[in-house]
Design a binder for this molecule. Sequence first.
Ligand code: SF4
Length: 414
Amino acid sequence: MARLTIREKLEILADAAKYDASCASSGTAKRDSRDGKGVGSTEGMGICHAYAPDGRCISLLKILLTNSCILDCHYCINRQSSNVRRARFTADEVVDLTLSFYRRNYIEGLFLSSGIIRSADYTMEQLVEVARSLREDHDFRGYIHLKTIPDADPGLIRQAGLHADRLSINIELPSDDGLKRLAPDKNAARIEGAMGRLRADMDDHGDARRSYRHAPKFAPAGQSTQMIVGADQADDRAIIARASSLYDRHRLRRVYYSAFSPIPSPSTVLPLRRPPLMREHRLYQSDWLMRFYGYDAGEIASATDPATGCLPLDIDPKLAWALAHRDIFPIDVNRAPRERLLRVPGLGVKAVDHILRSRRHRQLRLDDVARLTASIAKIRPFLIAVDWRPTMLTDRIDLRARLAPPPKQLEMFV
Ligand code: SF4
């Protein structure tokens, strides 16, 4: 490998990391550096945000330790047989970069992943060393998200959890068949085994902290995973079911969905085109419905197209579900329980909670609801207020066409 400057390495390894969607720093415990001790904070003033060319927030320094890899996953630009320029940081270089970007307020933390060099254990050791050095040698209090390698020694992953806020293990593809075909060196059972161990470690440390105040924290922002959408044959129904089972079994904080993007010199087993970005967006919406609106995977699946197994692209999954279950509407805004109100298209969690507070004091009119939402037109057919009762609106066969956003609004996701 030719000798590269830090800047050249950064160009290569930040670019290589952009394919990873799981960079959000949600759910972290607050570490405050305003006491003048230590460096960095995940909250508060002076945090700069940057956006990748594809629009994702990268307020973390998001890089790979190296884009060299001994494996050959077909969908990956960094696979062994890929003809890309390679680079590799040392652990110290990543530490220095993180600190210098942090001190300049460019970032709020570090997202670090890596191709596999030499072995899973060797690579994991390097990742852990970056996090350890930041925390122990430099008292770094910013956010750290480490991508872990499922085949690495569980003891190393445990060490990672003592330094990082969040750990993630990529499930890679929604179906086991897809994984076998596109990432033959990976194994779904081993990946889920690593997730299960991580959950057990989090539970153990959680128990210890409840008993002993000084017990160490372990990955306080939980674990997450990422699935590539559209590289294999899995439809949205299968993806939603897989995500739901991962949430249940491993208590993941987030599942990220990343629309497959074609890579240079692709393998012949890959599709030629990427799926519409709107498909990724609809999956995120359905994920939101499962996590915050009380829908289960089966309910969301009932809103998919029976022929394709996919969510409609022109309307959001909550509206699709409501149109497929018109018999439960309209819902009375002044009487319905929270879980029913959350089913009304266009009413978000905050709006519903506001409604519940307001109606303790007075009966709500349609205008009161309109003030809480972006579009009352979308809500009207599904809601009863003190001065509003829709007549036969949910029976209209053109209701879907009337509520779908104009095609122009969808263009940016194509
Ligand atoms: S192990 Fe990771 S970096 Fe290596 S080829 Fe597979 S997806 Fe790419």
